[in-house]
Design a protein around this ligand. Structure first.
Ligand SMILES: *[C@@H]1O[C@H](CO)[C@@H](O)[C@H](O)[C@H]1NC(C)=O
Ligand SMILES: *[C@@H]1O[C@H](CO)[C@@H](O)[C@H](O)[C@H]1NC(C)=O
Length: 376
């Protein structure tokens, strides 16, 4: 028989269930799940506004063929801890010249996935004018992954972003795995379509990325304990640290970029620190990177960066220390430079280079202050 305590527990459960919010038209409770959480167990949204408004009530939120209206964000930043967000069908966005982002996700323990065959389609050609974020039409950023803690984004299929794709900032423990970003349709007019911009984040792993784009495949401008592994980058500017300097956070440390391929790109491995700025780049490893069909530089490390046109004069305010480059091999085009290193005096130190074999291009004659261990 029931004892008093069991009865009390049952009574409070009944009270809890009775106190659940009335069903939202967009929210359906899966009947087979016994749900002691205050959130509905599973919600399916077909409208972006409903998703933004009600995501906090869902343990699982399915975005089913959502057409996001122009000038608005599919904003899921109200998701409660441990929410599972699932992209299903085709996600589209209305056209407007604005800053974006088109999607915003933040929170703790957030798990983002996509169903088989889904696509998140930015239809970037409506904005592409060859000018990227340097002019022309104002183009919305795509996916703001802000302040994600102990979270993951897995298996998304993203196409044709207007300009930069992922802005990862304020992350603390984030895995981005097996995400495809295919901006190959932007080959002539897409510009600044960075795949992963990472700043002010700790403990980020980006694995098995497939990227076709027209700017950095990865650009880390600040943060620590960041790994990029198993990636394939095509069409863009390579795997970059930087530009570092001139932002509120200008320190990069403990970075591992490994086991990746870079093809049909202007650069392979790249570190750029901003002319006249301060900050630090410390303990960065590039290992097991293969290059092919590189048009500008196989490896480029420069301390003179300015958007658009490097000054040619390196400055020492952002030293690059404890850099390991190992197993970076492959070929660049005949009119490209194999390796270019432009350091200010004393600002590049404790570098270890092993098995670096970049061939096919020219030997750069302007390499300056190359630290021992490395060579152009
Ligand atoms: C250097 O960075 C790696 C990650 O690439 C990390 O495992 C290691 O602990 C760091 N070393 C130091 C001295 O912080
Ligand atoms: C040089 O770099 C290595 C590898 O990152 C690191 O373990 C070591 O502590 C550094 N040495 C100095 C003197 O900074």
């Amino acid at each position: 028989m029931f004892n008093t305590q069991t009865l009390t527990t049952l009574a409070s459960l009944i009270a809890l269930v009775a106190s659940l919010p009335a069903a939202d038209p967009y929210v359906t409770n899966a009947p087979h799940v016994r749900n002691l959480d205050k959130r509905a167990s599973s919600c399916t949204f077909t409208a972006a506004s409903a998703a933004s408004k009600s995501v906090s009530k869902c343990a699982t939120a399915v975005l089913n063929n959502v057409a996001v209206p122009s000038g608005t964000t599919l904003d899921l930043s109200d998701a409660a801890d441990n929410t599972h967000i699932i992209f299903s069908g085709t996600t589209t966005f209305g056209y407007k010249e604005w800053e974006g982002p088109l999607i915003r996700i933040s929170g703790k323990g957030i798990v983002v996935t996509g169903t088989q065959g889904h696509v998140i389609d930015g239809d970037g050609s409506r904005w592409w004018d060859g000018k990227g974020s340097n002019g022309g039409k104002t183009k919305p950023k795509f996916f703001k992954a802000g302040d994600l803690t102990s979270s993951s984004i897995t298996g998304l299929n993203i196409k044709n972003t207007p300009v930069q794709c992922f802005s990862i900032s304020g992350a603390n423990g984030l895995v981005v795995d097996s995400v495809t970003i295919d901006n190959s349709a932007g080959a002539s007019k897409g510009h600044n379509t960075d795949a992963y911009d990472v700043g002010t984040s700790t403990g980020v792993t980006i694995s098995n990325a497939i990227v076709y784009n027209q700017d950095d495949c990865l650009a880390i401008n600040s943060g620590s304990d960041i790994t990029f592994t198993g990636g394939m980058c095509s069409g863009g500017h390579g795997l970059s640290i930087g530009s570092v300097g001139g932002r509120s956070n200008n320190d990069v440390s403990n970075i591992l970029i490994t086991n990746s391929k870079i093809v049909d790109s202007s650069n392979g491995v790249r570190i750029k620190t901003v002319y006249g700025a301060t900050g630090s780049v410390k303990n960065v490893t590039y290992s097991d990177i293969t290059l092919s069909s590189i048009t500008d530089y196989g490896i480029v490390i420069e301390q003179d960066y300015e958007n658009g046109s490097p000054t040619g004069t390196p400055t020492a305010g952002v030293p690059i220390t404890d850099l390991t480059v190992t197993g970076v091999t492959g070929t660049v085009d005949s009119d490209a430079n194999n390796i270019y290193i432009l350091c200010a005096k004393g600002a590049c130190s404790n570098w270890t280079w092993n098995n670096v074999k970049v061939t096919g291009g020219k030997t750069d004659s302007k390499c300056t202050n190359v630290p021992s261990g490395a060579s152009c």
